[in-house]
Write a protein that binds this ligand. Structure first.
Ligand SMILES: Nc1nc2c(ncn2[C@@H]2O[C@H](COP(=O)(O)OP(=O)(O)OP(=O)(O)O)[C@@H](O)[C@H]2O)c(=O)[nH]1
Ligand SMILES: [Mg+2]
Length: 442
């Protein structure tokens, strides 16, 4: 294994920059490390040192610590050094470390070392990325659980059931003239059902994974001038979208990610929908109508000053199948009553908290987290489990007509899929796909 080095904090002017050296020759950096004027000769495991990094034209007061293989994040010898947060110092230090034959790490290569050394499996390696990338509390919880357990419980359950079936099938392969007894058939079907039940539950978590990562899409719609862009700005806490008292101000669809009560949300402001002769406005309105199809929740805005009219009813027709929250805005200028879920004034902020509470409830009903399955499957994991599920369902359907040889082949296929999932079997391409997403230093 190569010895690699990289900053594990951003390489920018900041308070502290930490670099990590990992690999069989990591302790060679001792060449540049001094404590009380003396070179460090042997690093003690998990000891923190305060000293100096001295190499050619640089010198810095540093803190460093070491981990001995295999008891480190990567499973290799590891030294981490924290410098004062000036990237010039760290660039120079790195240059000197390269002279020792230690190279700059590729994206995700520390985690890849951990995987190759068997410290973590591939599900856990992916969970490291998911944990850092998560934009919501649910996502963080899920990825942390995956990181801790690698979904061992689930994976082992499926594997054991597959092996149980395989042992029955293989016992009969050499005696093709004999049939499985009723008892053995029942045993096999029970195990097939166990697997199907578990897989269906697991696969259903992918929907939530998608919401957690891509965000729940919430479109703000309504006729022109009801305050859609004002509400968008209010929720984003910035003047992101142009607001004016001229109807037809917003011409484009504007999307922004925000966090609402711990949930990752994609908020979409749309052009006010009405019959218009303005060419550009018409294009914007068409865009908005298309966006409506993607929305998981629709915030339908009304105007409490002007009341409901034919335009509102036409828009209502467009979204009647959607998950709608009816929001009556401009409470501060209320002239009429409107049948709605909540009254607000974006101008004074009144009622917006109530709106957020209603939104939270709606989001929760979409981002369903099953108490037994808090670990959410990523796309790769979903695809692998889905392939196994399809195979198992076929096996169950055709159990009576399949030859034992074919059954054994199918069962081995499923076991192999699981091994690919956990990384017991892997290809360089697969690893590249997974680790290329990481940043350098992870
Ligand atoms: N009094 C009052 N005025 C508001 C309120 N919310 C928005 N407005 C005003 O209503 C006008 C229209 O607001 P916008 O946010 O641009 O409305 P819009 O729905 O995005 O309009 P289009 O982009 O044209 O579809 C602006 O003058 C806002 O300042 C409110 O709660 N009370
Ligand atoms: Mg607008």
């Amino acid at each position: 294994m190569d010895t690699i080095v990289a900053p594990i904090t951003p390489l920018m002017r900041t308070s502290v920059i930490v670099i990590r050296v990992s690999g069989p020759r990591a302790f060679d950096v001792s060449k540049y490390l001094y404590v009380s004027g003396k070179k460090i000769n042997d690093f003690k495991h998990k000891y923190v040192y305060h000293g100096e990094f001295i190499a050619d034209d640089i010198k810095d007061d540093v803190i460093f610590y070491a981990f001995h293989s295999p008891n480190s994040y990567t499973g290799e010898n590891v030294v981490e050094i924290s410098f004062h947060g000036n990237p010039i110092i760290v660039q120079k230090a790195l240059k000197n470390i390269y002279k020792l034959g230690i190279r700059l790490a590729e994206p995700g290569e520390f985690t890849k070392q951990a995987f190759l050394n068997g410290k973590i499996d591939l599900i856990q390696a992916e969970a490291v990325y998911e944990l850092i990338d998560s934009k919501s509390v649910t996502g963080i919880y899920s990825s942390y659980e995956k990181l801790r357990s690698g979904m061992r419980g689930e994976v082992d359950f499926i594997k054991e059931n597959l092996l149980d079936i395989l042992s029955v099938v293989e016992a009969y392969i050499d005696f093709p003239e004999e049939d499985l007894s009723d008892f053995e058939l029942k045993y096999v079907y029970e195990r097939l059902d166990n697997i199907i039940f578990k897989l269906e539950k697991l696969i259903s978590t992918f929907e939530t994974f998608k919401y957690v990562n891509e965000g729940v899409k919430i479109a703000i719609i309504g006729k022109p001038n009801v305050g859609k862009s004002s509400l968008m700005n209010y929720l984003l806490r910035e003047n992101r979208v142009i607001v004016s008292d001229i109807p037809g101000t917003t011409r484009d669809v504007v999307e922004e990610e925000i966090n609402i009560k711990g949930y990752n949300v994609k908020l979409i402001d749309t052009a006010g929908i009405r019959n218009s002769n303005d060419k550009i406005e018409v294009i914007g309105i068409e865009f908005s109508k298309n966006k409506l199809n993607e929305a998981n929740i629709v915030l339908f805005l009304f105007d409490l000053e002007k009341g409901v009219d034919e335009d509102d009813l036409q828009i209502m027709n467009l979204v009647k199948d959607k998950n709608i929250i009816k929001v009556a805005n401009k409470l501060d200028k209320k002239m009429v009553d409107i049948d709605c879920d909540v009254e607000i004034s974006v101008k004074t902020g009144e009622g917006v908290d109530d709106l957020l509470n209603i939104l939270e409830k709606q989001i929760k009903s979409i981002v369903v987290v099953n108490e037994d399955n808090k670990q959410l499957l990523s796309e790769r994991q979903r695809d692998a489990f889905l392939e196994i599920l399809n195979h198992i369902q076929d096996i169950k359907k055709n159990f009576n007509v399949l030859t034992l040889d074919l059954l054994a082949v199918d069962l081995h296929f499923c076991l192999n899929k699981i091994s690919e999932l956990t990384g017991e079997i892997y290809t360089e391409d697969l690893l590249k796909n997974i680790f290329d997403k990481f940043c350098i230093g992870k």
